[in-house]
Structures are given as structure tokens and as C-alpha cells.
Design a protein around this ligand. Structure first.
Ligand code: HEM
Length: 409
């Protein structure tokens, strides 16, 4: 995902590879996996004219793109800066869109809060929140929308609580975040761009106000910790603080909603292959398969900071390379029967959380939330069945608008 772009045309043999991925085709977006397989078989790292970038569809090529240090996350500010100012610095000053040494400094400041041990202590609270949501969903009738009632509110509540985002304002988070992430799609309308700009301005102003309140009356939350780092050292500027809080609030729920929704859909559509929700290892494995089979974040972009030879393909300085995570996760060279949903798949070396220095900082939290949500839902609704599924038309953030399930036989 990247907010800006400066297309550069390559020269060379990769131009000759037929283009098999049409990101604008609704049928491709609905199910890109057959096209991914065809592209991978033709050329796993090939130039894509539409995206103006090299596109990696094999596991090896996608991992190489993410691991190669000369392929960086280079944020290109959008122009004119007067229109895009807040959007630009929210990205340029964030962990996700910076490179070392700035990336190392910013990432270290929050890494501790998302470490495995720290996150594990949140389990009882996540369980209580998930139980409350499930009580309401199951009481609401024989059928309910598992996205709106369960998959979406759980990670929003958890990340909001972690950062100390006030209860009364939690309804603001999802619309801001939804408006901003539309900027990461491969096609977007001018109206969506304006909505994203407005959401950035409002979100940044809100977090700035909240940080000022925390400076005066500290809480027991991550935002207070960041305010104290900002005020007590030169390790965090005002803009970096706001960009970090906004990134955590957004990244902390967007992918988790769809990771759970997509995975649950895959499992239901596969005919509910048997799983014992009382077995923690079985629950861990099915969650990894949720993330592999239909991963929620499909595309990540890098820019060459020097000429690079990647698996025999020359990438010139300034050219872009894209890792297609969903394609990598269906590579038959790594995953036997890759299209098959296997709840007990082991090993499962998927790259839904990325790889290399930008590897998802929230992976332990996302995994814990998904494991708790899965265990509770499967234990309490053993007759769960799919009623209707309505996909979003987006590609980069892959998910469902609605997933109606029935909990009763
Ligand atoms: C199923 C859920 C999630 C998935 C699939 C996911 C996926 C990813 C991926 C693929 C990246 C790497 C981006 C790149 O290489 O350019 C990433 C980075 C990141 N994620 Fe997640 N994520 C999830 C949940 C979360 C949560 C719960 C948080 C909350 C704290 C979070 C915070 C971040 C941050 C801060 C980064 C930037 C790390 C860096 O640049 O060093 N993510 N995520």
C-alpha cells in the first residue's frame, strides 16, 4: 500500500510477458486466484504496464521483494502539497512509510507494547469484549451479519482501548479509517480522494487535541506513553506522535476485520472442515489458514533506491516492485494443494503479515484477537452456516461488506 506514485517505464525482456492481471476487472477482484496462478506460471516477477511496476506472484519473488533492503518503502508526497499537507505528513512521519534510521527509531518506541508477552495480558479483556458482542449477535435473531456484529467491533474496541481513545468518540474511528484506506486502492475517484484528505485533517486534529488532554491528565494508555516520550526526550516529534497514533488506530483494526471475515467465509464455503474449538493448537492453525487462504491485505509496493537484480530480473533505481501477498500465499511450491482450505495446515509459511523490517508490528495482537473470536464463535454456534456473502469491490484491502450467517440449524 502506498499513497503516492511516480511511474517509471522499464526497458527489457520483462516487457514481453503477457499481462494476465487486470486489476480493474470486477471478476478478477471477486476471485483473483486463478489469474495469480496463471501469472505465476508465466513469470513470477514480471512488469505490469497498468501498475507501472514489477509484480511478484510467487512466494519466493514476493519474499525477495519484501526482504531486499534496496527496495524501500519510499513515500512520494502527493501534489499540490497545499491540498495534501496532512495526508502527506501523516504518511511521511509514520512507521510504515519510513526507512531506517527513522523507521528503527519510531518502531522501537511502540514495539514493546505489541510484543507477545505484553499482548498476552490483554487476553481476558479481549475475551470479555468478544463474549459481549457474541451474546448480542446470537440474541439478535437466527441470522446476523458477522462483519457488523462481531468481526468489525472487536478489533476497533481493542485498539481504541489500548490507545485510550474515548468511548464516546469510537464511532468516529471506522469512517475516518475507511476514508483513508481508499487511497491505497489501485483506482480511486476524485470524490474518494477528497474524503481521504478531509478524514486525515479531522483525524489528525482530533488526535492532537487528545494528546494535549493526556499531557495535562495522563491515563494508563499507549497515547499517554507516547506523549511522555515526546515531552521527555527528542525521540518523537509532535507530527510523528500523531502519525503513529493514527497509524496504530487504523492498522490496528482494518486488516483484522477482513482477516477474520475472509477466513470464516473460506471455512464455511469449504463445507466447514472439522475443527475442535477446545483445542488451542487447532485454533491457532485454523487462524493461520484464515490468513493464508484469502488474506486481507493483497498488495504492498516498494521503490528501488539503487539498481537491483532480483531473481534474475534487473530493477533500475526509481522503478517500483510489488509483492502480491495473496498470490504468494497460494504458491504450490510452498503450500500443497494451495486452493484447498485445510484448517490443520502445518507448516503454514504464509506472508499475510509481510516480511522484513516492516513485518506487522501488530501480528501478535491480531492473532490473539482472531484466535479468541474463532474459538468463541465456533464453540457457541456449532451449527453456523453461510446465508449470503457480499464482497467489497476493492482489491488491496480484500474483504466483505456483509457476511450473513445463521447460527441455528
Ligand atoms: C490480520 C490482521 C493484520 C494483517 C494481515 C496485517 C498485515 C500487515 C502487513 C502485511 C504489514 C507490512 C506492510 C509492508 O511490508 O509494507 C503490516 C505492517 C504494520 N502493521 Fe499490521 N496487520 C494486521 C493487524 C495489525 C494490528 C492489529 C496492528 C496494531 C497495532 C497493526 C499494525 C501495523 C503497523 C504499525 C505496521 C507497520 C510496521 C512497520 O512498518 O515497521 N497491524 N501489517
Amino acid at each position: 500500500m502506498d499513497g503516492g506514485s511516480t511511474p517509471t517505464r522499464p526497458i527489457g525482456e520483462a516487457d514481453a510477458v503477457p499481462e494476465l492481471l487486470d486489476f480493474t476487472d470486477p471478476a478478477f477482484r471477486a476471485d483473483p486466484y486463478a489469474a495469480f496462478a496463471a501469472q505465476r506460471a508465466a513469470a513470477p516477477l514480471a512488469w505490469h504496464e497498468g501498475l507501472q511496476a514489477y509484480v511478484a506472484t510467487s512466494h519466493a519473488a514476493a519474499c525477495a521483494v519484501l526482504r531486499e533492503r534496496r527496495l524501500g518503502r519510499i513515500f512520494a508526497p502527493r501534489q499540490p502539497d497545499s491540498d495534501w499537507e496532512t495526508f502527506n505528513w501523516l504518511h511521511a512521519d509514520s512507521i510504515l512509510d519510513s526507512e531506517p534510521p527513522k523507521h528503527t527509531r519510531l518502531r522501537r518506541l511502540v514495539a514493546g507494547a505489541f510484543g507477545r508477552g505484553h499482548v498476552q495480558r490483554l487476553a481476558p479483556r479481549i475475551e470479555a469484549l468478544a463474549t459481549g458482542l457474541l451474546d448480542d449477535a446470537l440474541a439478535s435473531g437466527p441470522e446476523f451479519d458477522v462483519i457488523a456484529a462481531y468481526a468489525e467491533p472487536l478489533p476497533v474496541l481493542v485498539i481504541a482501548e489500548l490507545l485510550g481513545f474515548p468511548d464516546v468518540d469510537r464511532h468516529l474511528l471506522r469512517p475516518w479509517s475507511q476514508a483513508i484506506v481508499k487511497m491505497y486502492e489501485v483506482d480511486r475517484t476524485p470524490a474518494q480522494e477528497e474524503e481521504a484528505r478531509a478524514a486525515c485533517r479531522e483525524f489528525a486534529a482530533y488526535v492532537s487535541g487528545l494528546a494535549a488532554r493526556r499531557a495535562g491528565s495522563p491515563g494508563e494508555d499507549l497515547l499517554t506513553d507516547l506523549v511522555q516520550i515526546r515531552d521527555g526526550s527528542d525521540r518523537l516529534s509532535e507530527r510523528e506522535l500523531i502519525a503513529t497514533a493514527v497509524l496504530l488506530l487504523n492498522a490496528g483494526h482494518e486488516a483484522s476485520v477482513n482477516g477474520f471475515g475472509n477466513g470464516l467465509h473460506s471455512w464455511l464455503a469449504a463445507g466447514k472442515p472439522a475443527i475442535d474449538p477446545g483445542d488451542p493448537v487447532a485454533v491457532e492453525r485454523i487462524v493461520e489458514e484464515f490468513l493464508r487462504h484469502d488474506c486481507p491485505l493483497q498488495l504492498f509496493e516498494r521503490t528501488a533506491t539503487a539498481d537491483v537484480d532480483l531473481l534474475g530480473v534487473p530493477i533500475a533505481k526509481g522503478q517500483k516492485a510489488i509483492a502480491l501477498l495473496g498470490a504468494a500465499n497460494r504458491d504450490p511450491a510452498v503450500f500443497p494443494e494451495p486452493d484447498h482450505f485445510d484448517p490443520a495446515r502445518d507448516p503454514n509459511e504464509h506472508i499475510a503479515f509481510g516480511l522484513g523490517i516492516h513485518f506487522c508490528i501488530g501480528a501478535p495482537l491480531a492473532r490473539l484477537e482472531m484466535q479468541i473470536a474463532t474459538r468463541l464463535l465456533l464453540a457457541r454456534a456449532p451449527a453456523l452456516a453461510l446465508v449470503t456473502a457480499e464482497r467489497r469491490p476493492t482489491f488491496v484491502l480484500r474483504g466483505f461488506e456483509r457476511l450473513i450467517v445463521s447460527a441455528r440449524p
